[in-house]
Design a protein around this ligand. Structure first.
Ligand SMILES: [Fe+2]
Length: 156
């Protein structure tokens, strides 16, 4: 097996990107309050981006003769992003803070994949993950800005 560490991170990303999409969907459905009309549709774009990353990460894993997790039970067992039942009693800022926390985890996981693929010489995966890592960090900046916070990707 040529790229074992890279493939393990790719499969972890399959589980966590699926879970993150579900969490964003939950907040898209449950949000109420000021800015709803702007931030409800914004989360559609966020989900589209996650869905695109998920499909490409999974297909890269298959290209490397790997087998992506593909059932809800496998994903629930594998993901490291916690979920909780939907509730109506959160502000939009609290919802965005939770989504941003999940994005910080994804940011770190992409960095692990970038390092693993560099070490193992899988430069195509390295290129793919570097682009997605940049997209995740840009979303962190934008969503943090929306709730009046710094991105905190490199705090001093
Ligand atoms: Fe919707």
């Amino acid at each position: 097996m040529k790229y074992p560490k890279t493939k393990e991170v790719l499969n972890q990303l399959v589980a966590d990107l699926t879970q993150m999409q579900m969490i964003v969907h939950q907040h898209h459905w449950y949000m109420r309050g000021n800015r709803f009309l702007k931030l409800h549709p914004y989360l559609d774009k966020v989900m589209d981006e996650l869905a695109d990353q998920l499909d490409q990460v999974s297909e890269r894993l298959i290209t490397l003769d790997g087998s992506p997790v593909s059932t809800l039970s496998e994903i629930a067992a594998k993901t490291k992003i916690k979920d909780e039942p939907g509730n109506w009693n959160e502000t939009i800022d609290e919802r965005y803070a939770k989504i941003i926390a999940g994005y910080h985890y994804l940011d770190q996981l992409y960095e692990q994949g970038i390092k693993a693929s560099d070490e193992e010489g899988d430069y195509s995966t390295n290129d793919l993950l570097t682009g997605f890592h940049t997209e995740i960090e840009k979303r962190i900046w934008m969503m943090a800005g929306e709730i009046n916070q710094a991105p905190e990707l490199d705090p001093e």
